[in-house]
Design a protein around this ligand. Structure first.
Ligand SMILES: C[S@@+](CC[C@H](N)C(=O)[O-])C[C@H]1O[C@@H](n2cnc3c(N)ncnc32)[C@H](O)[C@@H]1O
Length: 274
């Protein structure tokens, strides 16, 4: 039975959808679906779907003859996903033990979730298990923190003002910056024709305050870190000074946020062992 989300989980996921998704995640969906070659009529699985931004783009692509399933362990994320789209199947579950039949999807996609998997190799094996022979998968992860200076500075700020747990929550998304290692992970799990590319994404927030609030009120609670309101206000005020270089015009904030997309193919039948 699925867990009932707490009020805090729903609020965190709601803030994530409102603040983070348009600024950081939306721009990647087309690239990930392209890398997986998602087409009309496909059955698509979105692993670590969060509030469902990639699933919703996939649903548009596959049309009425296709079908999209989103899987995530966070009940708050799924509650928001369900509220936004009823035409997609939303399921609670983890990547390492997907609640899906063998060979039941033509495509498996996953964006910006793999950094949080406890066993990434097992997760890719699971993605291959649920793919049909000749099915394709594509996974997106952020480039390293060193290549994302705005977040490197934000992590440093959080470390000083809110401590290591808060800093870890913000650093965690950037731990898979080594693209060759991700490509090897897919090969080791049994994927064929593995290909990777690094794309120069661009984060776009309406203001510096919106960027930092997205982390403090949207992302940290998803990672189990809830800061006191006084501390949130103090961090926001300090961020206005320390991150000012990322303000472009009219108070808007833009900065480089590169990511890797790696794809592979499942080889079926006798070929799989060859
Ligand atoms: C940064 S969010 C990305 C969500 C979504 N893919 C998007 O683009 O907005 C990371 C997601 O990974 C999920 N997650 C964490 N551990 C997971 C696991 N072991 N299996 C599947 N999903 C996981 C979280 O619940 C969260 O929704």
């Amino acid at each position: 039975m699925e867990k009932r989300p707490t009020g805090e989980e729903i609020a965190g996921a709601g803030a994530y959808e409102e603040l983070h998704v348009p600024a950081l995640f939306q721009e990647w969906t087309a690239r990930v679906l392209e890398a997986a070659d998602v087409r009309a009529g496909h059955r698509v699985l979105d692993v670590a779907c969060g509030t469902g931004v990639l699933s919703r783009s996939a649903a548009e692509r596959v049309g009425n003859s296709g079908e999209v399933t989103g899987i995530d362990p966070n009940p708050g994320m799924l509650a928001v996903a369900r509220r936004l789209s009823s035409g997609i199947r939303w399921k609670e579950g983890v990547a390492e033990d997907l609640p899906a039949e063998d060979a039941s999807f033509e495509r498996v996609v996953s964006q910006f979730g793999m950094m949080f998997f406890t066993d990434r190799g097992a997760a890719v094996e699971e993605m291959l298990r649920v793919l049909v022979p000749e099915g394709r998968l594509a996974v997106a992860v952020w480039d390293s923190l060193a290549n994302t200076p705005a977040y490197a500075q934000a992590v440093d700020l959080l470390d000083r003002m809110a401590g290591p747990d808060a800093a870890y929550a913000l650093r965690a998304p950037f731990v898979m910056g080594d693209r060759a290692a991700l490509e090897q992970l897919l090969r080791d799990a049994g994927a064929h024709d593995v290909e990777g590319a690094t794309h120069l994404g661009r984060a776009r927030f309406p203001s510096l305050r919106a960027m930092v609030e997205a982390d403090l009120r949207g992302w940290l609670p998803v990672m189990g870190v809830n800061l006191e309101e006084d501390l949130i206000l103090a961090i926001l005020s300090e961020a206005e000074k320390e991150l000012a270089e990322y303000v472009v015009s009219n108070g808007r904030v833009e900065f480089a946020s590169p990511a890797h997309i790696v794809s592979g193919r499942k080889v079926g039948g006798l070929l799989a062992t060859g």
